[in-house]
Write a protein that binds this ligand. Structure first.
Ligand code: 13P
Length: 251
């Protein structure tokens, strides 16, 4: 089957307001191939103006980079899934390795965040990925599949089929070192077969699995060309309009 193809940018904590809006404006004018969806993971503060700017732009969608696991309450500085819904933000990235590492997000907490996000109609881009030590020990498949099991496998087949999964090996993030196309394909295939074991092949075939970790214009085509790689979650290179445009064209 043909799965959705996705080029997602994750700005992380980069870009001041005017620069960010300028980049979003440039993306709104980009040439996007048929069947490709572009997602911009922008800082929370810019979500509302970006949503407003891109509302009527076909194929380009805005995403938050996180939301809290509680519905609302005394959590100073945090953002609830309902707040994202209230500004018509359609998507949220959950489980990024930086949030797991620096903000102590574990699989159980992420399961709660997933539930909150779904209650508010958000489409989730769920990140997983192993450290270098885990890969050196040859335990990457068990590690990643456990992340998915503990945070996602309480969902029904109908619901899990709406998710996007992003495989981001931690050792490839911001390091300039990418997983080889074969390493990416192997893990993506393992993720898909793990989902198939639980939910059946038909559901597993529907879920886009993105690769993230030093994707750039120069390597996107090779990585996206793998049969189980449905696009990329791009950090640094998504901050540069020209590079991001080339990545979007790489399918
Ligand atoms: P880089 O593309 O900068 O390596 O970041 C990847 C990433 O973490 C995207 O979420």
């Amino acid at each position: 089957m043909t799965r959705r193809k996705i080029a997602a940018g994750n700005w992380k904590m980069n870009m001041e307001f005017e620069e960010g809006m300028e980049l979003a404006r440039k993306v709104s004018h980009m040439d996007i191939p048929d069947g490709v969806e572009v997602i911009l993971g922008v800082p929370s503060l810019y979500l509302k103006p970006c949503v407003d700017m891109l509302l009527h732009v076909p194929k380009v969608h805005v995403s938050a980079q996180n939301c809290h696991q509680a519905k609302k309450g005394a959590y100073t500085g945090e953002i609830a899934a309902g707040m994202l819904e209230s500004i018509s933000c359609p998507k949220v990235i959950l489980g990024h390795s930086e949030r797991r590492a620096y903000f102590q997000e574990d699989n159980a907490m992420l399961a709660e965040k997933v539930d909150r996000a779904l209650e508010h109609g958000l489409e989730i881009i769920f990140c997983c990925g192993e450290s270098l030590d885990t890969r050196k020990a040859g335990e990457q498949n068990a590690f990643v599949t456990n992340q998915l099991k503990e945070s996602l496998f309480h969902l029904s087949a109908e619901v899990i089929s709406t998710l996007v999964i992003a495989y981001e090996p931690i050792w490839a993030i911001g390091t300039g070192e990418t997983a080889s196309p074969e390493q990416a394909q192997d893990m993506h295939a393992a993720i898909r077969s793990f989902i198939a074991e639980q939910y059946g092949q038909e559901i597993a075939e529907q879920i886009p699995i993105l690769y993230g970790g030093s994707v750039k214009a120069a390597n996107a085509q090779q990585i996206f060309g793998q049969s189980d790689v449905d696009g990329g979650l791009v950090g640094g290179a998504s901050l540069d309009a020209e590079q991001f445009q080339q990545i979007i064209q790489s399918f």
